[in-house]
Ligand binder design. Structure first.
Ligand SMILES: [Zn+2]
Length: 153
């Protein structure tokens, strides 16, 4: 019996990686041992366990393209906001946020899940990371534009 150290799904011994997470499976403990603490895994294993999509070049390519589109839309929303087109800016900003959130879930789940089902699949420790990675880049992008690229605006 093998077990995925990320999602705890159990597999027959011949299966080598988790279907859901894409991480390498570990042999399950023989006795009724409590789950091994995360300290047993290297920082690298934990990092790629959290972002299995980073190991998939095709998925990363699409995610980067979608992220770039999201930031182009966000930029467009800021221009609309500057021009006083408030509803247009809010609508465009919301679309930018959703498509970037979708790209982020691909990277975090390691597969092309629709945003809604990916959010249901997250475990409790994934949410703070997800929301930090969701809002921080937009905030940084906005601050860079406001104070560095266009300081006069
Ligand atoms: Zn798994």
């Amino acid at each position: 019996m093998s077990v995925c150290w990320k999602c705890r799904t159990q597999y027959p011994p011949e299966v080598e990686s988790c279907v859901r997470c894409g991480v390498q499976l570990k042999a399950a403990p023989l006795m009724e041992d409590p789950e091994p603490p995360p300290e047993q895994f290297s920082a690298r294993e934990r990092f790629f366990g959290r972002f299995p999509g980073l190991l998939r070049p095709g998925l990363m390519g699409v995610a980067c393209f979608v992220t770039a589109a999201a930031f182009a839309l966000f930029y467009y929303a800021l221009i609309m906001l500057k021009m006083g087109v408030i509803f247009g800016a809010v609508g465009t900003g919301a679309v930018a946020l959703v498509i970037y959130a979708q790209a982020l879930t691909w990277v975090m789940m390691g597969e092309f899940l629709i945003l809604h089902s990916a959010l249901l699949d997250f475990n409790a420790r994934d949410y703070p990371i997800f929301f930090a990675l969701l809002f921080a880049p937009f905030l940084i992008f906005f601050l860079v534009l406001k104070y560095i690229v266009y300081p006069g605006m």
